[in-house]
Design a protein around this ligand. Sequence first.
Ligand SMILES: Nc1nc2c(ncn2[C@@H]2O[C@H](COP(=O)(O)OP(=O)(O)O)[C@@H](O)[C@H]2O)c(=O)[nH]1
Ligand SMILES: [Mg+2]
Length: 221
Amino acid sequence: MYEIYETKERITADNDKEAEKSRAYLKEKNVFLINLMGSPGCGKTTTLVRTINALKDQYRIGVMEADVDSDVDAETIHQLGVKVIQLHSGGLCHMDADMTARGYMRMGIDDLDVVILENIGNLVCPAEFDVGAAKKVMILSVPEGDDKPLKYPLMFEVSDCLLINKIDTKAIFDFNEDLCAERVHKLNPDMEIFALSSKTGEGFDAWIEWLKQEIEEWRKA
Ligand SMILES: Nc1nc2c(ncn2[C@@H]2O[C@H](COP(=O)(O)OP(=O)(O)O)[C@@H](O)[C@H]2O)c(=O)[nH]1
Ligand SMILES: [Mg+2]
């Protein structure tokens, strides 16, 4: 006889412990961490820019740009005048709780109210690793198709909020918003869904209102 040892389960269980520790620490520090996830090119950075511009008068914001190896997004965020750090994963396809905590400790959070992690672009690995965030926000863009909840269910199960981005391109792509929402809610009945365009700003107000309310409720809790 020999044993079959599920090593991956061990990794995610250890990560969950780290994530809980980190979440408690951030609560103590009164820093609201958002884990922003989505495929490469879905519009994470573009959405981040517009979101920061809508929030920066009210909150002191820091951004962690996670990438395999580049720093193009950090430069974009730096131009907005908010605190930013580029995190390189060195080839890894996701951020875990420990990497995230090291990132925000390195950036420094004593002068911040909100920290946003732009996670590495993909719909698979980041879904499996709790980074200790107060809220998980995912983006699905119209050109990717309304069947993504069927193909990458875990990402839709674990997220708190779905932004359907690039609705300005709806006339070109066959994206059925109602069908998408139905598929998402079957996996995750509590998912908040906002359809918007980070390019034109259409639909953005509802997302910002929701986010501000979540931040305020979390601060009071
Ligand atoms: N038409 C349109 N293009 C967008 C929108 N949001 C982002 N893009 C474009 O999509 C591309 C990828 O965006 P980016 O924010 O870099 O995506 P990321 O890789 O997820 O960070 C860029 O060319 C953006 O200008 C949108 O709402 N509508
Ligand atoms: Mg980006």
